[in-house]
Ligand binder design. Sequence first.
Ligand code: SAH
Ligand code: SF4
Length: 361
Amino acid sequence: MLNLIGLDKKTLEEKLIALNQKPFRAKQIWNWIYARGALSFNQMTDISKETREILAQNFTISRPQISKDLISFDGTRKFLVKFNDGREVEAVFIPEESRGTLCISSQVGCTLACKFCHTGTQTWVRNLESSEIISQVVVAKDLINDWDKNNRRLTNIVFMGMGEPFFNYENVAKAVKILNDNQGLDLSARKTTISTSGLVPEILRCAEELKTNLAISLHATNDALRTEIMAINKKYPLAELMKACQTYNKLNPNQSITFEYVMLNGINDKEEHAFELVQLIKKYHLKAKINLIPFNPWQGCEYVNSKNDTISNFQQILKNAKLVATIRKTRGDDVMAACGQLKSVSQREKKSLKHNYPAIV
Ligand code: SAH
Ligand code: SF4
């Protein structure tokens, strides 16, 4: 039976018409699914019993299984979502005082193998369907009990989980439309951020079509070093990437691009790199902010995090050049939920589990 979670509104309308139902029901059904978290058609009390029965005979609104649910001491909640074929991805909810961010996955594994990233050690298995992307949000809302419209805890979405979102552009785009629709999950494009390792053609498409916030995993300020730690740089070197960012800025003049920069001791954290970063951003006149990410270690990785003083000094150089530069607070690292630590348990060797944290569910 067709699962309605993740189905676009137009297709739902067509399906309803094929069942001799009024297309406007699509709006009503969406409201029940995405604004009120309905689990069954029986709950849809403003739809006649007869129609509800027809819906239940043809569709489901079923959720994937939650195969693991871990809560960090800092409140960060990492859960493993298991799809029908048994494949799993991780999603992470990060509560803060004034907002709650859900970090979602776009692929099972990743085709790229950036040297500092744990997800990159897991071979790529498949792209997620748009319904599987949306269902991560729906189950997160179930888990944190977030269906009260006047008291929302989940306010922001970041595509910073497993996978490279722009290698799954079509499905990510479909999901973003449902996320951003005010009759859908009602999380606006300005509250949605897509992070990419730097796929130029899709950055341009996103700038034009999706208008979400953009984060670029930069991590190095010259081609030699970037290619060494991120092989994608061979295909899209810095000059091309920066030009794509310029176009993004031009098409989205109110939005800053976030440059993510993981701090690797002795590799990319020297003063000369900070100055090079300033040059790069100034050369292309980018409206950008820089997010320095302390490196999150994982077993088997050759890198170590930069020293605190080095990170502060790096930040100061950027600030002195009038750039906005923040240091990301590490969240959830005790349950391997921090940036770059995600890798589904089904694919992970047991010995690499850092903590034997008890499962909640
Ligand atoms: N594939 C996309 C989306 C993943 S986002 C991308 O690369 O942008 C995950 C973010 O965490 C990226 O910026 C990634 O570069 C960063 N990251 C990866 N490994 C990390 C690690 N070990 N410590 C800190 N950040 C890491
Ligand atoms: Fe893939 Fe992003 Fe990790 Fe690189 S940093 S391996 S693109 S998930």
